[in-house]
Design a protein around this ligand. Structure first.
Ligand code: FES
Length: 308
């Protein structure tokens, strides 16, 4: 119908930038899934904010797009088409927008949920440690490291063999103090080696089948640890001094029971302040090699996998 003089023009909803903001938010979420959780949160907030504005704009635009009521005097008797279809109440463009968004959400969910589940699930799969008896305290001379290898899980056998460098630091508040450092390099996981002269004598404990489940070899004059793979170097507290490792060497918890040293779970360390029994250590959940546990790099790092 031709517009009559005096009729207000019938405008479509104006173009809006909200979809772009929404897309940026979704992109942030997807990148955040690779980079870090805070980025996911920021992306989600952006997507929600612009999504809300977009939806609000769409609904108000639809209302604006509805034609002005026709004066009764001039209205045709009855329009069978509009009465039957009700098209003005649910415009086609609105249906198409909703269908596109819904379909996009379904496809996005199908594409992202399975890999996201796999990625997140591994972050909660921690290695199960159990306490291991490493023998009497007298096996650990004061101030020297003892290379101690032990089978963590007899049922799993050799694959569960671990190595720790253990130093007795003397008494702290009447209790024996130990430094127990993992041999797993904080770069890519190669076994680090202590400097110094290993003793030719080892103490061994065998199981019923004759398998050596515990071996202790003393090293004299250790001045630090070095990794043969890429030149990573650490001091006697396990702090990185050179090379590509991103943090200090991991450590083990321990306890003393009936005069024997019991080694417990491993944990990660960013940096050790102080030395020996006076060392101040902030414990972090065990992280994989190459992963930062603190500082700005931690927030830029992909979702950490807390496992060995
Ligand atoms: S694995 Fe140790 S420096 Fe690379």
């Amino acid at each position: 119908m031709e517009p009559r003089p005096g009729d207000k023009p019938h405008h479509l909803p104006p173009p809006t930038l909200w979809p772009i903001g929404f897309a940026v938010g979704v992109a942030c979420v997807l990148v955040g899934l690779i980079v870090s959780w805070p980025a996911v949160a920021v992306g989600g907030a952006i997507a929600l904010f612009f999504g809300f504005l977009w939806v609000r704009d769409l609904s108000s635009g639809t209302r604006r797009a509805e034609p002005p009521p026709v004066p009764e005097a001039r209205a045709p008797a009855a329009s069978p088409v509009s009465a039957e279809t009700g098209g003005e109440r649910f415009p086609r463009n609105r249906f198409l927008e909703g269908a596109t968004l819904g379909l996009g959400a379904v496809i996005g969910g199908i594409v992202t949920v399975p890999p996201l589940g796999l990625m997140v699930a591994t972050a909660f799969e921690g290695q199960k440690f159990r306490d291991i008896d490493l023998g009497p305290l007298t096996d650990f001379p004061s101030g020297e490291f003892v290379i101690t290898t032990f089978v963590e899980d007899p049922a799993a056998g050799e694959v569960s063999r671990r190595t720790a460098y253990i130093r007795y630091n003397g008494l702290l508040s009447g209790q024996p103090s130990f430094t127990i450092i993992s041999n797993r390099c904080a770069h890519l996981g190669c076994p680090v080696q202590p400097s110094g002269l290993p003793s030719k004598q080892s103490k061994e404990v065998k199981d019923d089948q004759g398998v050596v489940v515990l071996q202790k070899t003393m090293v004299q004059g250790t001045s630090g640890f070095a990794c043969p793979c890429h030149g990573g170097a650490y001091n006697t507290e396990g702090n990185r001094t050179a090379g590509p490792p991103v943090r200090a060497l991991d450590r083990y918890e321990y306890s003393i029971k009936n005069g024997r040293l019991i080694i417990g779970s491993a944990y990660s360390v960013d940096y050790v302040k102080g030395t020996g029994k006076d060392a101040r250590i902030k414990k972090y959940p065990l992280h994989n090699p190459g992963q930062h546990v603190a500082g700005p790099e931690f927030w830029l790092w992909p979702i950490p996998e807390l496992r060995v």
